[in-house]
Design a protein around this ligand. Sequence first.
Ligand code: ACM
Ligand code: ZN
Length: 560
Amino acid sequence: MNLLNRIMMTLLLTAVSAAQLQAVCIVPQPAMMKETRSVVQLPSDKLRVYAENPSLKPLVAVWADFLDKPYLPGTEKLSTGFTRIVSETVLLQIKGTGSRTKADIELGLDESLAEEEYVLEAMPEGVSIKGGSTKGVWWGIQTMNQILLQAAAGTGEGKPLMIPGLYIQDKPHFAYRGAHFDPCRHFFTVDELKTFIDMMALHKLNTLHWHLTDDQGWRIEIEKYPLLTEIGAVRKETKIGRVDDVAAGYDGKPYGEGCYYTKKDVKEVLGYASARQITVIPEIEMPGHAVAALTSYPWLGCTGGPYEVWTTWGVSKDVFCIGKETTFGFLEDVLDEVCEMFPSEYIHIGGDECPSVRWESCPDCRKLMKEQGYESARQLQGYLLHRIEKYLNSKGRKIIGWDEILEGGVTPTATVMSWRGPKGGIAAAKQGNDVVMTPNNYFYLDYYQTADPKANGEPLGIGGYVSLEKCYSFDPYDQLDENTKKHIKGIQANTWTEYIASFDHYQHMDLPRFAALSEVSWSENRTSYEDFLARVTASMKPMYEYFGYIYAPYVFMGIE
Ligand code: ACM
Ligand code: ZN
């Protein structure tokens, strides 16, 4: 065969094969994706990856680790009888090589791209992933994982992977794409948190909001105040069932001894997250949700106690005393250690659900009110938050707080996390504050995911109903004009763990709703819910199965 014939033959074969290949589905929907009618053949056992730039070499190891370490399959069942799904997909291996000519996939940097932007080209001669920074390359790798798994699913064992030629140019709509992690009500280990971080990465989420202190448990080591974790991590028992189920009573079992993160743990988690291009923001709650701290050091409260680490859920009247200078000494000491541990620009200082009834009858709080000329004890909340913001600013940090901080009159530099629906966020953006939208009616993933949770066998939720479609329907720019839109920095989902005692249950609440969070926060131009659900089914569901993650099956059974 002469050369011309050979080329003609190759073109013919390629054209036929390209038409036969399944279209690739990606979540979140890329900004631009074209199939180029060619066929790319990759080995299914080991993919050789070449990183052109030395700063990208560690990514290859992280990528290999990511794909090689699915969450260990087991036989554990949730109380509902929902069984763990075990991966049956071919295990892909990534092998870094130093050789450019032999590489199947090349990673590189392109300064003309934005920081988190990437361009992925799959061509017959190989795949190229270029990013504006390590972050961009990492998000391109996540897209590649979806392409590889879809190819692997349609390939027999030992056969090469066939993928269509592709050109993808992609970047996120929002800079803040967050997931919140609550180990206070129920504790989760460092290994579970690492799996959670992997779950975030595959959805291109880039910010972990780590809620570390609450009424039912203080979960972070503070050297200057060791009782916070000796006493404050442990509750004597836990409410069974829902708070309104009085008859169910308490379990009588102490919970939480040793359940906190040491400084070494924090370092390990931060290193793990950073290698996966995820920023970690710690939350130290004040002035409410503080019963665990008050139990450890009763002088932090208005009455002096005695207090008891909370054994039930809800909002406690016992909160930090704002009239005592010693409270500020304590909070500043804690924040000093927190800032030493966490390099994040933002520190979350809570601010939600704080009754003022104790302040009203506390001589110290009343004295401070008089000095400040306050008419209402509620104003003390703003006093505390402003002082703490100033303190953190002096250490080069910025604050984020729940939307209640608006009630105390926020400074323009505070970022507001809107949880009681979007309205707090809309008000904050209109007055010029930056906002992260985490509205409970769209992104509280401790809410049920079907209309009839009992009939559908859902595990216990906190109440409410947020279907995948409801998450997907969120419009972050609702009621905002061009001037105020710029204050919406991003979107976050919150999963509180009052009723979530196992990591299996945690995953069941977050997956597949993380897919909606991913697309709402990443994709500027969304398609339709039907198209999204088809892509989740084709791409994310096999992903979850590959990693052995527990996911809620309802939408895949046609139930919402
Ligand atoms: C919250 O859900 N209390 C922020
Ligand atoms: Zn007081």
